[in-house]
Design a protein around this ligand. Structure first.
Ligand code: ATR
Length: 273
């Protein structure tokens, strides 16, 4: 078997080993996939050691995605703009390549698994940290009518809007604080880490209409704090990040193995685990 792993700190909660072992059995690919906890000051050393030992590919999770990006000698276009990498491998010249499959995972989950129309949609994205930066390029590539980035620290939302202006095309790309938007959106994506502290972004409930699709990028067994708020305010189509998690994994598997696994059965298995 060929060896793959997810590197993080902490990493014991990661679903990636489970997801990739389901992909391996489904596709028959000779993949063994483990979790590695790197010391907080030892990410680069852990990566070097893994590839020197014959490892084939890594996923990278919190808090190392930016370090993975910086460490790589080569980056895919989508990783370059994301400023962070969740996927590493070596090319035929032995260079470390960084990719980022998070945004593709989100878009794939919305379009394919939830039949959400992104082209022409009015999209509200909450948050302006690394998680949001990773998904803006793939969202803009779907040509929404507008994409509004709302954040607690407005200057960070503005900086992201400036950074992605060259990928906006005909999309109206804007930035604001949480309180500003007061019209319904077609799609609202929560990319803040506020729920981790049990906090809610102070949004006006008018951003939700009956048809609004609400997506919390956080993966949770229970309804997330944000999604519960949306349901309480009339949303009917509310999703969490489990599909994104499986889709980004499938895209990494495809990058490494050239085979894209079926994701729906894996999403169903995770939900019933
Ligand atoms: P990540 O990698 O998860 O994106 P990050 O880069 O630290 O982590 O970004 C966290 C995001 O969640 C930021 O947009 C942050 O807002 P600020 O830019 O104002 O810090 C947002 N966030 C974190 N805690 C929050 C809270 N309690 N309420 C609202 N937004 C919060």
């Amino acid at each position: 078997n060929e060896l793959y792993a997810v590197v993080g700190h902490p990493v014991s909660h990661s679903k990636s080993p489970r997801i990739h072992s389901l992909f391996a059995s489904q596709t028959g690919e000779p993949v063994e996939y483990i979790a590695i906890q790197a010391p907080l000051d030892g990410f680069a050393e852990t990566v070097r050691h893994f590839f020197e030992g014959g490892g084939k590919g890594l996923n990278v999770t919190v808090p190392f995605k930016e370090q993975a990006w910086a460490l790589a000698q080569s980056r895919t276009a989508r990783a370059e703009k994301a400023g962070a990498a969740n996927t590493l491998y070596q090319n035929s010249q032995g260079q470390l390549v960084a990719d980022n499959t998070d945004g593709q995972g989100l878009v794939q989950d919305l379009i394919t698994n939830h039949s959400v129309q992104l082209k022409g949609a009015r999209i509200l994205v909450l948050g302006a940290g690394g998680a949001v930066r990773g998904v803006l390029g793939p969202l803009l590539a779907q040509q929404p009518a507008s994409l509004t980035i709302a954040n607690r620290t407005v200057a960070k939302a503005e900086a992201l809007a400036t950074l992605f202006a060259d990928e906006a095309g005909a999309t109206t790309l804007g930035a604001c604080g949480f309180e500003a938007p007061d019209q319904p959106f077609d799609v609202i994506i929560n990319g803040t880490s506020a729920s981790l502290q049990g906090d809610l972004p102070p949004l006006c409930a008018n951003v939700i209409a009956a048809g609004t699709v609400v997506y919390d990028m956080m993966y949770s067994l229970q309804t997330t704090t944000f999604n519960q708020w949306a349901l309480d305010n009339g949303a009917t189509r509310v999703f969490d990040g489990v599909g994104m998690l499986v889709e980004q994994a499938a895209e990494s598997f495809r990058v490494w193995r050239g085979v894209r696994p079926e994701t729906v059965p894996v999403i169903e298995t995770l939900r019933s685990d």
